[in-house]
Design a protein around this ligand. Structure first.
Ligand code: COA
Length: 151
């Protein structure tokens, strides 16, 4: 498995993968414009994606991370997150952030295993910003849990 930066000028972005993590193509196009997109490849096939987008000169955010369903649970998501952390450090950012839903139990586990700590909760974020109700693990996704780590 290799992780490399996608050249957004010459290459097609893996939209179906990005949509696994974020249902809004409009939001995705917005942060792709500002950020850098990294892809994980197995035998020259894109199986994972991660987007890093700056919040300020000091802080950047993993705004999307997704792994193709057939390749989930094999450590690729963790490697993408760890790669994004290293990249942010290399680029000189002081902190890195990530947000996920209160119902995203596996993601909350993954991010904490990668060194993130819960910073704050944006209450009712998903209720206010998404037209349809979202359920995961039998829990309604209401709040955005914001996690952060010093680099
Ligand atoms: N409890 C404890 N640990 C859990 C867990 C749970 N319920 N669910 C996952 N984990 C852990 C795994 O054990 C693993 O840790 P380990 O390496 O210490 O064993 C880690 O989280 C993730 O494993 P990995 O195989 O790297 O994850 P992945 O390749 O399946 O990628 C996602 C993770 C989230 C990117 C992937 O599932 C995905 O694309 N989901 C759909 C899109 C999405 O939800 N993106 C995030 C939006 S916030």
């Amino acid at each position: 498995m290799v992780i490399r930066r996608l050249n957004q000028n010459d290459e097609i972005v893996p939209m179906s993968l990005l949509l696994l993590a974020d249902p809004s193509e409009e939001m995705i196009r917005g942060y792709l414009n500002k950020g850098e997109c990294f892809v994980a490849e197995v035998e020259n096939k894109i199986v994972g994606v991660c987007v890093l987008s700056p919040i300020s000169s000091e802080s950047t955010e993993i705004v999307n991370v997704a792994v193709s369903e057939n390749y989930q649970g094999k450590g690729i998501g963790k490697q993408l997150v760890l790669h994004a952390i290293q990249t942010a450090r290399f680029l000189g950012f002081k902190t890195i952030e990530i947000g996920t839903g209160n119902s995203s139990i596996g993601q909350l586990a993954l991010y904490q295993k990668c060194g993130f700590q819960i910073e704050c909760i944006d209450k009712d974020y998903f209720i206010k910003n998404y037209p349809e109700e979202i359920y995961e693990n039998g829990i309604q996704c209401r709040d955005m849990i914001r996690l952060k780590q010093e680099l």
